[in-house]
Write a protein that binds this ligand. Structure first.
Ligand SMILES: [Zn+2]
Length: 253
């Protein structure tokens, strides 16, 4: 089942991408989306038929620029990087295959999103974050197990559809983006939107944002320019956390 090592060499051309994936991993850790050593970030750049993905059995906090493997979108053959590919590589493989418009994927076992997935509720525009995902995130429920094969990966891609996020029932989240910044920030926003909705007392009526406000918020609060500033904020927060926790400090890329 597992494809083993080919070559540990990493070319310099891919270094900026791997640095950015490293920063994304550390941001996810600082934001609390670590689940022991589970979850992956991935990205592709320069060619549509390959992607770089985090190696298995590493916490997001342990990732370095050498923690990634380059895989074929079709079939998962390892081209570069040492070790095994992550068991959930089919998520990345099949989503990249079905979505030529995206270049980055985040999969985490985000705590609040996982709890939220068990409620059966739709995600409502209660907070600003909720507006971003209102009517634009499905719950994948074909299995609650780890995504281990291509067929199940295809079903995750189908549940994602043309959205930028999907919640995996009793499991976690998958967010995608045109770049690493977008996929990472969306993972943080989705987790917060779920946490906000879970905080509503049981039985309370919910007065969510009206559709007009949802549209306006999505244009302004979650514009591409705004998303870039959120990434910059999280990078600064990462730098402060790195000093306090001995995380590998975020470096310029
Ligand atoms: Zn998983």
């Amino acid at each position: 089942m597992q494809t083993t090592v080919n070559s540990p060499d990493m070319d310099l051309a891919s270094l900026p991408l791997r640095k950015q994936l490293t920063v994304a991993s550390h941001i996810l850790f600082v934001a609390g989306q670590n689940d022991i050593n589970n979850g992956q970030v991935s990205a592709r750049f320069g060619r549509a038929d390959r992607f770089w993905v985090k190696a298995p059995a590493l916490g997001f906090d342990e990732v370095t620029e050498n923690s990634f493997l380059e895989l074929a979108v079709d079939g998962g053959t390892i081209f570069r990087g040492a070790g095994h590919r992550p068991p959930e590589w089919p998520i990345h493989s099949r989503v990249y295959r079905s979505r030529p418009d995206i270049n980055a994927i985040v999969h985490t076992h985000a705590f609040h999103a996982t709890v939220f997935s068990a409620t059966g509720m739709p995600l409502l525009p209660i907070s600003h974050d909720g507006c971003l995902f209102h009517k634009r995130v499905n719950i994948f429920s074909a299995t609650t197990n780890t995504i281990l094969d291509i067929e199940t990966g295809d079903r995750v891609a189908a549940a994602l559809a043309d959205n930028f996020a999907v919640i995996l029932k009793n499991h976690g989240i998958v967010t995608v983006g045109r770049n690493i910044k977008e996929a990472t920030v969306l993972a943080l926003l989705l987790e917060r939107a779920c946490a906000v909705q879970l905080a509503i007392p049981s039985g309370a009526s919910i007065d969510a944002s009206p559709d007009d406000d949802v549209a306006q918020k999505n244009q302004f609060i979650f514009s591409d320019a705004a998303i870039a500033t959120y990434w910059d904020y999280y990078r600064r927060r990462l730098s402060r956390a790195s000093m306090a926790t001995q995380l590998p400090e975020a470096r310029p890329f």
